[in-house]
Design a protein around this ligand. Structure first.
Ligand code: TYM
Length: 350
């Protein structure tokens, strides 16, 4: 049984990387799976404590989920702080995980910068909360962009250590199932989460520099397409996107060493639900002067209905607030079931 879980931070505007790397996959996974999608507001205060409009940011991520096609009736959409069990399980995981594991996280090193001693304790413990987000529902599949891969490996390490350290208690409580990790049989309470990173655009790059990730924090707005950009802005950004002087190659091999071309082809493929090879069989041999307008047309076709729906949802926030409230209730019920079992395993009296 698959349980899909993923989260998005309510910091800054969503961009095409968030959409293609994460949200578009959330939408596709709804069919046939049980899905829980979370606005991770607890995570948003790890790097920056005070936000000018956190409630508005939380609502806008939820609005992006709904506008992109997530069905909040069939699945669960909520904000993390509404379910205190996330923070409670994260505490247990803080005691399972080792400081050395956290210190090795590249995102921590990037975000903390040179003055590591002065980073918040929350920023260091960030991956432990992320593991709790998923495992408090015993989530099995996690759609994310490539930048979250290391965090998900850590979630597996935490789950594995919990399972091994508490093996006797898990058995005594009559919980857990036998699973195989590689060739090793393990009696596990928490599943080994599987990252879902594949697809043509697991790492959408900056439009100004094909070697840098498209990101909310890039000072140049031309580097990214925001989900709230209008048609004209999208068109301008794609027309100005950096490219090399050659035309498009006819196969994927030809994209090697051409990061900007590779990025634009990947974006086109992800937006069109095609593979990069398929896109190149269509556009191979053409110049960017032909490809870019086609990409503009496709991007506008896919994104503008989402933008319009997001705007509509943000006009009257009562609908979004209702979705979050109901989603929070349903999520709490499920998370509390896991937490009761965790309390029994650890030995907390209840
Ligand atoms: P966040 O909020 O930074 O990003 C949300 C999602 O967008 C993906 N993403 C990208 N994908 C492709 N190309 C890019 N340039 C790009 N930029 C961002 C991210 O990989 C992510 O999937 N730690 C997470 C949030 C989180 C979470 C979780 C995710 C908290 N708990 C539990 C999964 C499961 C984060 O900061 O994502």
């Amino acid at each position: 049984n698959k349980l899909v879980f993923s989260g998005v931070q309510p910091t800054g505007n969503l961009h095409l990387g968030n959409y293609l790397g994460a949200i578009r996959k959330f939408v596709a996974l709804q069919d046939g799976n049980d899905c829980i999608y979370c606005v991770v507001d607890l995570h948003s205060i790890t790097a920056q404590l005070v936000h000018p409009d956190l409630p508005g940011q939380i609502r806008s991520i939820a609005a992006a989920f709904i506008a992109s096609g997530i069905d909040a009736e069939k699945h669960i959409v909520f904000n993390q702080s509404a379910v205190p069990q996330h923070a409670e399980l994260a505490w247990v995981f803080n005691c399972v995980a080792r400081i050395g594991w956290m210190n090795r996280m590249t995102q921590f090193k990037d975000k903390a910068g040179k003055d590591r001693e002065n980073a918040s304790l929350g920023l260091l413990a960030y991956p432990s909360l992320m593991a709790a987000d998923i495992l408090v529902y015993r989530g099995t599949h996690v759609p994310v962009g490539d930048d979250q891969k290391q965090h998900l490996e850590l979630a597996r390490d935490i789950a594995m250590k919990f399972n091994l350290d508490y093996a006797d208690n898990i058995r005594k409580a009559g919980l857990g199932t036998d699973i195989k990790v590689g060739d090793e049989p393990v009696h596990a309470y928490f599943p080994m989460v599987e990252p879902l990173i594949d697809g043509p655009a697991p790492r959408v790059m900056s439009l100004r520099d094909g070697t840098k990730k498209m990101s909310k924090s890039d000072p140049s707005d031309l580097s990214r397409i925001n989900l709230m950009d209008d048609e004209e802005t999208i068109s301008k950004k794609i027309r100005k996107a950096k490219t090399d002087p050659d035309g498009l190659p006819s196969d994927i091999e030809g994209l090697k060493g051409r990061p900007e071309a590779d990025n634009l082809v990947g974006i086109y493929a992800a937006l069109a639900d095609k593979s990069k090879a398929q896109v190149l069989s269509e556009f191979g041999g053409q110049q960017f002067s032909v490809f870019k307008p086609a990409l503009v047309e496709l991007a506008v076709h896919v994104l503008s209905p989402i933008t319009a729906e997001m705007r509509r949802l943000m006009d009257d926030t009562s609908h979004i607030d209702n979705i979050l409230r109901k989603g929070g209730e349903r999520a709490r019920e499920r998370a509390e079931k896991t937490m009761n079992e965790v309390r029994d395993i650890v030995g907390f009296l209840r």
